[in-house]
Design a protein around this ligand. Structure first.
Ligand code: HEM
Length: 480
């Protein structure tokens, strides 16, 4: 057979495989009747409906609470039914699976986010999660508060030095969250070169997310970013070695009484993890803790400043609490906490979260979808649903206060407010995030006032690839 013949045979084989896949999928889905964009043979709802698919990620899905679409014939079900959230998040019917595989290949497969929780024992994820949970207990957060304070003070002094000038708060918050995360991880003394390399790795994820369906994406990016990886790995591996040596010098008694408040030390002290696993977890904390908090904080500040009544009330509350703020003072900031909660509802950085069905699944609406389907929990859509919230488009921190809200508790369904997901895999860093957010708001709003810069993009959030990120948050800052 000549070259043309071989090429024609390969093309014919590929077409045959695609047609077989198409027919198989249609048979498996013949009894499922879910709304969604039209689906074409072989390419599913891809090209023609790219816009529709983007629309589906916007706050209100065009197709209602549950819809199905098939980019390249990969079945995806998008749900914003809180009853589905309850099942997905609180049982182990839907593992994280392929959705995070590419990310795992890139940043290190043992990172807590990538470990699968499927199976009756949920190991090794459960073992890792239990060990890491210790760093987020109240006692650890209490002793970590002084580090947050120190960084918050640096942050506000930096802003004060720009008195009267225009400041890009997206950049400022990103810098401060990076520093706080480094402190938590145990890389507080990291050189600027390490922080730049780590930021490079995290930022390049956007291009990985675009290629997320290509399993090669992670490996390719790892090669492309090999220089940054070398810097990050050299620093972390050296930090792990140095900490191991330091702990080896301690007596058993000293080890027993030791209170660690950074992850590196804590993970070593458990004695359960290899240096490679520890390295992967530390990297993950940058991924999970950086973009999320650094995206939400500028938006939260923007929304507070944009609403003068809310701002006056928050400033009064923040001013009534002593400085520096101790961990136990945070609970006195009830109204400011509601401001942050309201921003998490409206501008929570994670729009959707994905799970892979490894068995047939009955949706809350009664339809059974076949195994192999990717299930997307649309966190934002439920946050904007009129079924569960009063005037969901309105920024109203008081909705979280039962007394102020005429005795009504919002939302009207316990799984209709899920900025941190829910169940055993709920965000491990949520309490740390509130410590960061409240301490930074305390410092900034009591020492500075903010004037919103007039620009059409100011305060706008970009929504793509399942994440919501502020496009621009610029203020003129003035010392109070
Ligand atoms: C605005 C702040 C944050 C938001 C909205 C947020 C949201 C989330 C969500 C929705 C998940 C679940 C994802 C899923 O199940 O697919 C998650 C998981 C996680 N988050 Fe956060 N997060 C925030 C801050 C943080 C911080 C500050 C840290 C740590 C420093 C952190 C560490 C993690 C980790 C390690 C997981 C994985 C837990 C597991 O798989 O067991 N997050 N987060």
């Amino acid at each position: 057979m000549d070259a043309t013949g071989i090429t024609a045979s390969i093309v014919a084989l590929l077409c045959g495989a695609l047609i077989f896949r198409d027919i198989n999928l249609r048979l498996r889905w013949r009894n499922v009747n879910l709304p969604g964009p039209p689906r074409y043979p072989l390419i599913g709802s891809l090209i023609v409906n790219a816009r529709d698919i983007m629309d589906m990620f916007k706050n209100q899905s065009r197709f209602g609470t549950v819809s199905a679409f098939f980019p390249l014939n990969n079945p995806i079900v998008l749900t914003s039914d809180p009853e589905d959230f309850k099942r997905i998040f609180t049982t182990n019917i839907a593992p994280k699976g392929s959705t995070v595989e590419s990310l795992g290949q890139y940043l290190g497969p043992s990172g807590i986010v990538f470990l699968d929780h499927n199976g009756p024992e949920m190991t090794p994820w459960k073992t890792h999660r239990q060990a890491i949970d210790q760093a987020f207990r109240v006692s650890s957060l209490r002793s970590f508060q002084h580090a947050i304070q120190k960084h918050a003070e640096d942050f506000v002094q930096r802003l004060e030095s720009q008195d009267g000038k225009e400041v890009d708060m997206v950049v400022e918050f990103r810098r401060i969250v990076l520093n706080i995360t480094s402190e938590l991880v145990g890389a507080g003394d990291a050189p600027a070169e390490f922080l730049a390399a780590m930021t490079d790795l995290i930022w390049s994820l956007d291009s990985l997310l675009i290629r997320t369906h290509l399993s090669i994406g992670g490996i390719y990016l790892k090669w492309l970013k090999r220089r940054s990886f070398k810097i990050v790995d050299n620093f972390l591996n050296e930090a792990i070695r140095a900490k191991q040596a330091e702990l080896a010098r301690l007596t058993d008694e000293e080890l027993l009484g030791r209170q660690s408040n950074n992850l590196l030390e804590l993970l070593l002290l458990t004695g359960q993890f290899t240096p490679k696993q520890i390295r992967d977890h530390l990297v993950i904390f940058y991924l999970a803790g950086l973009d999320t908090a650094a995206s939400l904080l500028p938006s939260a500040l923007f929304q507070i400043v944009q609403h003068p009544d809310v701002c006056r009330r928050a400033v009064a509350e923040l001013g009534s609490v002593r400085s520096p703020l101790a961990y136990d003072d945070l609970k006195k900031l009830r109204y400011t906490t509601h401001c942050v909660e309201e921003s998490l509802r409206m501008r929570g950085p994670i729009i959707v979260t994905a799970r892979d069905l490894d068995r047939d699944y009955e949706l809350a609406c009664g339809q059974v979808v076949p195994s192999g389907t990717m299930l997307l929990a649309h966190l934002h859509a439920v946050h904007f649903s009129e079924e569960w919230w009063t005037e969901p488009q309105k920024y109203n921190p008081s909705r979280f206060d039962k007394e102020e809200n005429g005795g009504v508790v919002e939302p009207k369904h316990p799984f209709a407010y899920v900025p941190f997901a829910a169940g055993p895999r709920i965000c491990i860093g949520r309490n740390l995030f509130f410590s960061e957010a409240l301490t930074l708001l305390h410092k900034t709003l009591t020492r500075l006032s903010f004037e919103i810069i007039d620009h059409p993009d100011n305060g706008v959030v970009l929504e793509g690839h399942g994440l919501s990120i502020p496009k621009m948050v610029k203020f003129r800052v003035m010392k109070r």
